[in-house]
Design a protein around this ligand. Structure first.
Ligand SMILES: NC(=O)c1ccc[n+]([C@@H]2O[C@H](COP(=O)([O-])OP(=O)(O)OC[C@H]3O[C@@H](n4cnc5c(N)ncnc54)[C@H](O)[C@@H]3O)[C@@H](O)[C@H]2O)c1
Length: 360
């Protein structure tokens, strides 16, 4: 474990960077936040000034050439951010990036090849894996599996009907856009080659949103080897609303995907055993210090009445926990809980889901 803080830089000053990652990384004692890069240069300068970040670069190439930086965070348009991450890995930086890592398996593999060749490491921002409520569920699930006390798992179910993901965000964290958005470079080559052009929008819509839910189910059910497979897909013509059945670690797992016009956030996950269940309900994503709530139910044994308990996970904000994890693992050299290698399985599953949906 290194005693020195991580010499850190960040690429992009968009909404996610300004309202989540820059303040979170800036607040950590083990982060020496030295640089920002933003193609909207006036915006980059203003954000750097607000957070007292000394160096401002005009784009990620300039920042990548700064020899002092050892680790970098990235949040940019969905296909571009993977290309940026690849450049940073090749420049010898450890990288934290927003999801999705890539919009095709081929692009994901290219990014991971860059990591292997440079010996640097990639973590992808699946913040649900850092929520203490989800961690509590996972720990209890593993205990029940080891003891057999509640029998076999019958079904895992994630209900992800969205809503307003910025509901209850901290109004004291300023967000500004001082310039119009920069044009996004052509990303046609980043899509799977088999995907019809007219389906790119809904494919990325599904991938962007429900990759979180698939990634969480894989984490809870212990699919470390990335062997989950697609069993059945029933989506509406919009390519997002419906049911996806997966098999994860020998368990049947359902993702219920949809977009409700809900003012807050409608998402919960339940793992049903023969003799009980474990459930977490996600908080509004930007609601700080509010972990997923946890419900643990166990059926009675020996004629005892049915018992139900609720446990509260410790207060925390999952996005801050993931920033802390990244810094800690860069310093210790220990593996990331949401590594790029692991994430490739999510990209593969999303491609398979869409091939089934489109019958290609
Ligand atoms: N984990 C989550 O819950 C969550 C939620 C929302 C969005 N996201 C992800 O976050 C990512 C970013 O979203 P956003 O809304 O902040 O986007 P955004 O467009 O507001 O911000 C991206 C910024 O990157 C800058 N940029 C682009 N190319 C650059 C380069 N080469 N060098 C430096 N800066 C560059 C742009 O000018 C822009 O300011 C998306 O990919 C999205 O999938 C994740």
């Amino acid at each position: 474990m290194s005693d020195d803080p991580v010499r850190f830089g960040y690429i992009g000053c968009g909404f996610v960077a300004q309202t989540i990652h820059i303040p979170n990384f800036r607040a950590q004692a083990d982060c020496d936040f030295l640089a920002l890069a933003e193609v909207r240069q006036d915006l980059g300068r203003r954000v750097a000034q607000r957070y007292g970040i000394p160096r401002v670069y005009a784009d990620h190439h300039e920042l990548a050439a700064d020899p002092e930086l050892e680790a970098v965070g990235v949040s940019a348009p969905f296909a571009l951010q993977g290309r940026i991450a690849e450049d940073l890995l090749r420049a010898g930086k450890h990288v934290f990036m927003e999801k999705p890592m890539a919009i095709s398996v081929a692009r994901g593999e290219a990014i991971l090849a860059a990591a292997r060749e440079s010996g640097k490491r990639l973590m992808v921002g699946y913040m649900k894996r850092y929520d203490p409520g989800n961690l509590m569920l996972r720990e209890r699930l593993q205990a029940w599996q080891a003891s057999g006390e509640c029998g076999q798992i019958v079904l895992a179910r994630n209900h992800g009907f969205c809503g307003n993901w910025t509901y209850a965000r901290d109004p004291n964290v300023a967000w500004e856009e001082s310039e119009a958005k920069a044009p996004v470079p052509d990303d046609a080559a980043d899509y799977p080659t088999w995907l019809p052009e007219e389906r790119r929008g809904s494919y990325v819509g599904y991938l962007q949103q429900w990759t979180h839910n698939i990634n969480l189910l894989r984490f809870l059910l212990g699919d470390d080897a990335g062997e989950a497979r697609v069993v059945q897909v029933m989506l509406d013509e919009d390519g997002m609303t419906g049911l996806t059945v997966l098999e994860i670690g020998g368990v049947r797992a359902v993702v219920e995907s949809g977009m409700t016009q809900f003012h807050a956030w409608e998402e919960h996950t339940t793992v049903y055993f023969e003799g009980g269940w474990l459930r977490t309900a996600a908080p509004p994503l930007m609601h700080k210090e509010t972990p997923a709530s946890v419900e643990i139910y166990r059926a009675a044994h020996d004629g005892e009445p049915v018992r139900e308990t609720r446990e509260l996970a410790p207060a925390a904000w999952s996005y801050r926990e993931e920033a802390r994890h990244f810094l800690a693992q860069v310093r210790s050299g220990e593996p990331f809980r949401s590594s790029g290698e692991d994430t490739l399985a999510d990209v593969r599953l999303c491609e398979e889901i869409y091939r089934r949906f489109l019958q290609i």
